[in-house]
Write a protein that binds this ligand. Structure first.
Ligand SMILES: NC(=O)N[C@@H](CC(=O)O)C(=O)O
Ligand SMILES: [Zn+2]
Ligand SMILES: [Zn+2]
Length: 345
């Protein structure tokens, strides 16, 4: 399908990092411009581990919005080995917390407080299964003997398959999937197991990290994979399969934190998220599938109503700024200084 104008039901972002403080104030409007709702990840320092903390964070997000915006943050709790089944019951009853995020300790940004051994949180997972609260997973093993490009596949084999067997009714999202193995696993799973896919994993393969030199702004976790995996993700996202939905994993870091001897993982895409997905879907000849992926499958999975208003995308190129404000610093957005083919009117 080729087209120059596309009107779709307003999308939601089912995986987003908003940070906190002044940084939050710099980025939240980018998301609110296009998305009605977003699942907000809890990997702050210190992490958001209780309903009370999530509700405080939610108030800070709402306070950071430009006047008149109707954006709704959907909060999550950060799972630790100290999380209690009682906190899960409180989360379910809260009306503000929609999921619990599992970070294997050491797997990614601010994951030190995460889970070392899944067996230690079985009572919590049992409570989540009972209450129907989804477990959102950063699905990578941290075993240093496993190659970094194989860590998602190893997570599926070592942890996800056993977890599915032990908690068959647990609602789960494998976040920011990057491999054909993840696509195959999710496609075969029941409807209460889904996956988010980022725009950058649809648009880039791992060569981007090394093009003409080392490119820290293309470093994220899970790390970009080889071209065959990118193609499997594009196939999944554009197939109409309701297991797969939009999650940007937009993860801003200050420029100096990325351009460093040990640079942080994370790519900022919120300034152009739906436009970037439109590019990926257009390249696949599947623009007609963008709405289902971006606006239907996510709310259907979470049991929330679909949005009713629309956004209009136009095939009109614009140039991304070289830098964007980020608290008392700035960040380098995806496609900095380069063109994006689609705009929101
Ligand atoms: N994706 C990333 O590379 N980074 C995320 C954390 C995460 O989602 O794993 C971040 O918070 O910076
Ligand atoms: Zn992650
Ligand atoms: Zn993330």
């Amino acid at each position: 399908m080729s087209s120059t104008r596309l009107e779709i039901i307003r999308p939601d972002d089912w995986h987003l990092h908003l940070r906190d403080g002044a940084a939050l104030g710099s980025v939240v409007a980018d998301t609110a411009r296009q998305f009605a709702r977003a699942i907000v990840m809890p990997n702050l320092k210190p992490p958001v581990t209780t309903v009370a903390q999530a509700e405080d964070y939610r108030r800070r997000i709402l306070a950071g919005l430009p006047a008149g915006t109707r954006f709704q943050p959907l909060m999550t709790l950060y799972l630790t080995e100290a999380t209690t089944p009682e906190e899960i019951a409180r989360a379910k009853a809260s009306g503000t917390v929609f999921a619990v995020k599992y970070y294997p300790a050491g797997a990614t940004t601010n994951s030190q407080a995460g889970v070392r051994d899944l067996a230690h949180v079985y009572p919590v997972l049992e409570a989540m299964e009972r209450h129907g609260l989804p477990l959102l997973m950063h699905g990578e093993v941290t075993d240093p003997t496993v190659d970094i490009f194989d860590r998602e596949h190893a997570f599926i084999e070592r942890h996800l398959i056993p977890l599915r067997a032990r908690f068959p009714e647990l609602r789960m999202v494998l976040e920011h999937i990057t491999t054909g193995a993840a696509v195959d696993f999710i496609r075969e799973a029941p409807a209460h197991v889904g996956a988010t896919i980022t725009a950058h994993h649809l648009l880039l393969n791992r060569n981007a990290i090394f093009e003409g030199g080392i490119r820290p702004h293309y470093y994220c976790l899970p790390v970009l994979k080889r071209e065959t995996h990118r193609q499997a993700l594009v196939e999944a996202a554009t197939s109409g399969d309701p297991h797969f939905f939009l999650g940007t994993d937009s993860a801003p870091h200050a420029q100096q934190a990325k351009e460093a001897a040990c640079g942080c993982a994370g790519i900022y895409t919120a300034h152009a998220a739906i436009e970037l997905y439109a590019e990926a879907f257009e390249q696949a000849g599947k623009l007609d599938q963008l709405e289902a992926f971006a606006s239907f499958h996510g709310p259907d999975f979470y049991g929330l109503p679909r949005n009713t208003d629309t956004i209009v995308l136009e095939r009109k190129s614009w140039t991304v700024p070289d830098t964007l404000p980020f608290g008392d610093s700035h960040c380098i957005p995806f496609r900095a200084g380069q063109a994006i083919a689609w705009s929101i009117t």
